[in-house]
Design a binder for this molecule. Structure first.
Ligand SMILES: [Zn+2]
Length: 417
């Protein structure tokens, strides 16, 4: 590296250090930032001026004096900057506008036009983004970027969705389509990893450096956070937890083509399918009345409600699903020795009935007492986890400064707002 490149790199690292200090400290003086960062006072001052002029940081009130003039405190300008987060789901596309503290400013939800093709769904996504941009403009807040959570295998080297079984997409170039329409930084990642990031940044995983996030919704996936970093694997496809085989004799085929996958047996669609199959075979259950005799209407939610009312069939189906999930999680606990396991996704809304049975299986299967005692926590964001995770995806880029530099070249646009 030449000396110019080198000094630019050091400037970047220093700027990142200071921005992270301000972000984590909530409020901090220049003197404290200098002390904590070990960077020289004039350099800290220059970086702070730069962050102030970019609008990412603001000065508030005054702190305690240590003898001289009382210092002004710095904080992240969370209210004047916002992020657009989108959960690209097969049922709904859910978009949020959130400030840098992850406080929700506005949300827009539309049923996904799933029957239409990739370009139509991207068109719908763009419409939702436009609604959120209009809202930010109305409130005169700067948009730092757009984050998207997508179900499917992401190839990070090619920056595409290589395969999405739920959408039936192959090599879908989301960025290629959206970047042509929006002059803002756009990032996307696999929905479960994005949810894990949201929990790490703002939710149940905040205090942990090593945790596993499990998403049990329409499908099943895992986001593994090791030493504070998400595990991607060589091409970005790590975490396909739903496709481990938990019953090799199963006749139930998974969307991926294999038989006996965890996802096929214990996800929302798996639970609903098992209930339908049992009812078709003539099993007695209040589920039948609950869906008005139309078995197509049976969802995991119906089964959970019936189980809570004491329905034996529903209870057994849920207990069985929870046991499969517990089996899978025990394997992850044995592999990664996490500090906590966070459970999120639609099926988790069933609450105790799921948690109790997952916990029972972990107690029976994890290797020793300390592994068995790992806390099993509900995700903080519930059904908003993917959209709020998409917000964290952009927030992380901001703290890594990839975005801050982009934004500083964007002053013109900001003034226009
Ligand atoms: Zn599978």
């Amino acid at each position: 590296m030449n000396p110019i490149g080198n000094s630019k790199y050091i400037q970047q690292v220093n700027k990142k250090k200071i921005l992270n200090l301000i972000y984590n400290a909530k409020s901090i003086s220049r003197a404290e930032a200098t002390k904590m960062s070990g960077i020289s006072a004039p350099t800290v001052s220059r970086i702070v001026d730069c962050l102030l002029s970019e609008g990412l940081v603001e000065e508030i009130g005054v702190g305690e004096s240590t003898g001289g003039r009382r210092p002004k405190l710095l904080k992240i300008a969370a209210d004047n900057n916002c992020i657009i987060g989108l959960d690209l789901g097969t049922t709904n596309i859910y978009g949020v506008l959130a400030d840098l503290n992850a406080s929700l400013i506005f949300e827009e939800r539309q049923p996904t036009r799933i029957k239409e093709g990739f370009y139509q769904i991207m068109g719908q996504t763009a419409e939702i983004i436009e609604i959120l941009i209009a809202k930010a403009r109305e409130k005169r807040i700067r948009i730092c970027g757009i984050g998207l959570a997508v179900a499917g295998l992401i190839n990070r080297q090619r920056n595409i969705v290589e395969f999405s079984p739920n959408f039936h997409w192959h090599d879908a170039d989301i960025l290629g389509v959206l970047r042509g329409r929006f002059d803002l930084p756009i990032f996307f990642d696999n929905v479960t990893r994005v949810m894990a990031l949201g929990e790490q940044c703002y939710g149940a995983g905040k205090q942990y450096k090593n945790f596993v996030f499990i998403n049990v919704g329409y499908g099943i996936g895992a986001g593994v956070i090791i030493e504070g970093k998400a595990l991607f694997g060589s091409a970005g496809m790590a975490g396909e937890f739903g496709h481990i085989t938990v019953d090799r004799n199963s006749k139930i085929q998974c969307d991926c083509g294999n038989f006996g996958c965890l996802e096929a047996l214990a996800s929302g669609q798996g639970i609903a399918r098992t209930a339908r199959m049992e009812l078709e075979k003539g099993a007695q259950s209040i589920i039948y009345e609950m869906c008005g005799g139309d078995l197509e209407k049976v969802t995991a939610e119906t089964v959970a409600k019936a189980a809570k009312k004491g329905d034996v069939l529903a209870w057994n189906i849920f207990t069985q699903a929870a046991e499969y999930i517990g089996l899978g999680i025990s394997a992850l606990i044995n592999l990664y020795n996490p500090e906590a396991v966070v459970l999120g996704g639609g099926v988790v809304q069933a609450g105790e009935i799921l948690f109790d049975n997952v916990r029972k299986t972990i107690n029976a299967r994890a290797l020793n007492r300390s592994l068995r005692g790992v806390p099993l926590l509900p995700a903080k964001f519930g059904l908003k986890a993917a959209a709020m995770g998409a917000v964290s995806l952009v927030m992380n880029k901001l703290l890594e400064l990839e975005l801050a530099d982009f934004l500083s070249s964007y002053k013109e646009e900001r003034l226009e707002l």
